[in-house]
Ligand binder design. Structure first.
Ligand SMILES: *Cc1c(COP(=O)(O)O)cnc(C)c1O
Length: 497
């Protein structure tokens, strides 16, 4: 491979691994049992025939060692935040402190059964209650439901509450305004609640202009859904004025809080005029995530929306902490039990271990790191909005396209340099976008290594574009047919022949 020496690498002891079905040999097993010292009874005599499993053709016959090595080797084909830099814009792949894991595994939390009566779950309920208070304080909102299982689920719950609020006043209204830079889940959540989506253009500075909102606003608009900082990593500087315009016609302001990590402890959505906001705990408050892993999207609301929050809510009474199900105007239940509890424990540990000053420093460092990368890379890559960014910066492939190298090629080539690629082709308003989010947990050395790799790729795009177009060269699998993988997934193994 050409280019500078890799410091983080995918070369070396990476094993080629056949399917487990192609391993083992007939009769090999992964257990040994002492001889049976009681009379044996056939399973058929004990279990009804319809519950008995028949023979499975081609079932792998393997030992314990075979199984452990197979899955451990396959796990090494994966990439995670514990392996290296993961600048996936919008996803906030920050390092997850180990103390969170310790706390989540305390037996009282880790082994608590969800059917425990309130009286035996006081510690767990108190943690949920305290976390709700912390999130309310951080966001400047009044109450928070911890139930939604992801950001998108939080959006859905939030829009359901907005609909219930308007409905209670006699008219659910018809439309939701969404800036064109929005995450795709925003229009999806709105449509699921029966709203028509009206797209709002961003202005030349990459943010929404109040005039554009005023022009689209009428008494059939249920809400404006706005992400701040937006997906270009830019702070929506007119947010307070925009909120006034929406409220002026009785609309609600839904804040997509997925990028809250950029403003933690510095400014609060509630103070901008936001009525509803989802927190992506798996982004801002450090949870292991990726590959659809555990997450949570609590939703904070202002006082007038509190009656519509999902049930149950944790309440503090003279008899201790209880789960309140008796909320007649609630949108109802949106998941089982009281929350993704392990996620809540980790988020609480994160907030408490950093404290108010630490959270603020995390946001400031995330912003500093993103601006550092932006400035170091803007000589090599086209920067469509050249202004101070928040937690992420968005480049494009405009400078490489004349050499026949596009964003996808740059992303694939980064793997040869040992880095997870950034988010690509999003936000949609930047053609060939490369959306880079370093987070606050990376050192200057790591950022400099990434800059060196990106600069080397920009140089290669001019000198040896074929090398970039054929990348990646080092991983075990190179370019996959992603369309076919999405349209014709093979999820079930079938014996050959
Ligand atoms: C990640 C993200 C979402 C969706 O959150 P999930 O937890 O992935 O469902 C919504 N909006 C923005 C801006 C995001 O970055």
């Amino acid at each position: 491979m050409s280019g500078p020496e890799r410091t983080v690498g995918t070369a070396g002891l990476v094993f080629r691994e056949p399917l487990i079905f192609d391993q083992g040999s007939p009769g090999r097993v992964g257990y040994s049992l002492p001889p049976c010292d009681v009379p044996e009874t056939a399973a058929e005599a004990l279990i009804p025939p319809h519950l008995l499993r028949g023979p499975i053709a081609g079932m792998p016959e393997v030992s314990e060692v075979d199984v452990v090595r197979h899955f451990t080797r396959m796990s090494q084909w994966n990439y995670g935040i514990d392996l290296g830099f993961y600048p996936l814009g919008s996803c906030t792949m920050k390092y997850n402190p180990r103390v969170n894991e310790d706390v989540a595994r305390l037996p009282g939390f880790g082994k608590a059964h969800p059917y425990l009566p309130d009286a035996l779950a006081q510690g767990a309920l108190e943690l949920l209650w305290e976390l709700e208070r912390d999130l309310a304080e951080i966001s400047g909102l009044d109450r928070v439901t911890l139930h939604p299982s992801a950001g998108a689920h939080g959006e859905l719950a939030g829009v359901m509450m907005i609909r219930a609020y308007h409905q209670a006043k006699g008219n659910p209204r018809q439309k939701i305004l969404i800036p064109e830079s929005a995450h795709g889940t925003n229009p999806a959540s709105s449509a699921l609640c029966g709203y028509r989506v009206v797209s709002i253009r961003s202005g030349p500075r990459g943010v929404v202009e109040p005039a554009a909102v005023a022009a689209a606003m009428d008494d059939q608009v249920a809400a404006l859904m706005i992400t701040n900082p937006n997906t270009l990593g830019l702070f929506e500087e007119h947010i307070a004025e925009i909120a006034r315009i929406v409220h002026g016609q009785g609309g609600q302001v839904y804040g997509d809080g997925a990028n809250l990590n950029a403003v933690l402890g510095v400014t609060r959505p509630g103070d901008w005029g936001v009525d509803v906001l989802q927190f992506n705990l798996h982004k801002t408050f450090s949870q292991p995530h990726g590959g659809g892993g555990p997450g949570a999207g609590p939703v904070g609301v202002r006082q007038h929306l509190v009656p519509f929050l999902p049930v149950p809510l944790v309440e503090k009474t003279t008899k201790g902490f209880t789960l309140d199900h008796d909320r007649p105007q609630s949108i109802g239940r949106i998941r089982s039990f009281a929350a993704s509890f392990g996620v809540m424990v980790r988020a609480y540990a994160y907030i408490r271990s950093l404290g108010p000053d630490g959270l603020k420093r995390a946001a400031e460092t995330a912003v500093l790191n993103a601006n550092y990368l932006m400035h170091r890379l803007k000589g090599s890559y086209h920067l469509p909005y050249d202004r101070v960014c928040k937690h992420e910066c968005v480049f494009s492939d405009a400078a490489q396209l004349p050499h026949g190298v596009k964003t996808l090629d740059i992303a694939k080539r980064l793997m040869d340099y040992g880095f997870h690629p950034p988010t690509i082709y999003f936000p949609l308003i930047v053609a060939g976008a490369l959306m880079i989010e370093p987070t606050e947990t990376e050192s200057k050395e790591t950022l400099d290594q990434f800059v060196a790799a990106m600069q080397a790729i920009a140089h290669e795009a001019q000198e040896t574009p074929d090398v970039v177009r054929a990348a990646p060269h080092t991983p075990l699998v190179s370019r996959l047919d992603e369309t076919r993988a999405a349209r014709q997934p093979v999820l079930r193994w079938r014996p050959k022949g």
